[in-house]
Design a binder for this molecule. Structure first.
Ligand code: 0JX
Ligand code: SF4
Length: 347
């Protein structure tokens, strides 16, 4: 990924759309969705998936139509069947229960989530108190906390900092969920450090490049916008954060939709500039539907506001790559931009 100098946005009186870039699929989502698609192609249906492979309704429904079966826990999967772990990661306890059922697992955990798991393991080994900034109940937080349950406590927001108790204020470190608001997380860290000046930082950013890039792009266009429409599902942390970031950056209003059909026409009343972006789990075709919808309401001028370019691509999970090779299937896949989008069902 390289940062590019953003061009200034010129004011206008004609109806226009400012389209954020980067937006949509990140490298970890692309890898996870392709992993399920390739598993279905190679082994045939059904392929079981623990939780939603990524937090996007459209992706989940499309894969379900192709033969994926989404379950909440490993005990819902028949003994010996094939199970994919979602991009958000799993705890060691989940891996153990899958092994106990002799499940043939494919681990689609994003490598950038795995990096945070490894940090938790390492700091727990050194007997640190680990403050995991993130949202209780989110799969990623459950997975990361599960690496070191005796050492991790979750801090949901800046307001929770006052309740944090540690054994030794000289030996604490913070780590985080990958899909948080950068600004809110830094506020939580600032308050933690006020209380615990010796608080250590993680070795590198835990909020991933994709989350950061999408927030920077929406911040750039938000001050110009009467409304910012964020495409993404309600349980998608990074998508929901984009609405908050847009509002904090000066958008007059901002709404999240799963698809164009959810746009309320009254949101556009009196609007001249509409911003559009999407979360890291959102196929581009859903954004294009929103652009088409806006075009139909007079917002024909679409200007891209790009703040970075991304070219990261992760290789497929090792166990799947081995399976593809054994089956004589091609492991190579097109780059994200070139990849055929998942079909969209009619509104
Ligand atoms: O709810 P999240 O933003 O963490 O997940 P989503 O929407 O599936 O995004 C991509 C997967 C992120 C994993 O870190
Ligand atoms: Fe990986 Fe970031 Fe995408 Fe999550 S949002 S899957 S951490 S690249």
């Amino acid at each position: 990924m390289t940062a590019t100098a953003p061009a200034p946005i010129s004011p206008t009186t004609t109806k226009r759309v400012l389209l954020a870039a980067p937006r949509g699929y990140c490298a970890g989502v692309d890898r996870a969705v392709v992993a399920v698609e390739k598993a279905l192609e190679t082994y045939g249906a059904p392929v079981y998936v623990r939780k939603e492979i990524v937090h996007n309704k459209h992706v989940v429904e499309t894969l379900r139509d192709r033969g994926a079966i989404f379950v909440n826990e490993t005990d819902e999967v028949p003994e010996g069947a094939r199970l994919v772990f979602s991009a958000h990661g799993v705890s060691p306890a989940v891996r153990e229960s899958a092994a106990a059922r002799s499940l043939d697992t494919i681990d689609a955990t994003c490598p950038l989530v795995t990096k945070v798991h490894k940090e938790a393991v390492r700091f727990a080994k050194d007997d640190y108190d680990i403050l995991l900034i993130g949202h209780t109940g989110h799969e990623e937080v459950e997975g990361t906390a599960g690496e070191a349950p005796d050492h991790v406590q979750v801090v949901n927001s800046p307001d929770e900092v006052d309740q944090v108790q540690v054994r030794d204020p000289q030996k604490i470190v913070w780590i985080s969920q990958t899909t948080l608001s950068v600004d809110e997380t830094m506020e939580t860290v600032r308050r933690l450090r006020d209380r615990f000046p010796e608080l250590q930082d993680p070795p590198s950013d835990d909020i991933c490049y994709a989350t950061q890039n999408r927030q920077v792009a929406v911040k750039k266009l938000a001050p110009e916008c009467d409304v910012v429409i964020v495409v993404g599902s309600a349980n998608s942390s990074n998508s929901v954060r984009l609405v908050e970031v847009a509002l904090q950056a000066g958008a007059r209003t901002s709404y999240r939709v799963d698809r164009a059909a959810e746009i309320d026409p009254s949101w556009l009343d009196g609007a001249t500039t509409v911003g559009v972006t999407s979360g890291a789990s959102v196929p581009e075709i859903l954004v294009q539907d929103v652009i088409d919808y806006l075009d139909g309401r007079g917002f024909a001028d679409v200007q891209e506001v790009r703040t970075a370019t991304e070219d990261l691509m992760f290789s497929l999970p090792r166990e799947l790559a081995r399976g593809l090779k054994a089956a004589g299937h091609e492991e190579k896949r097109p780059r994200r931009g070139a990849r055929t989008a998942l079909p969209v069902e009619p509104a």
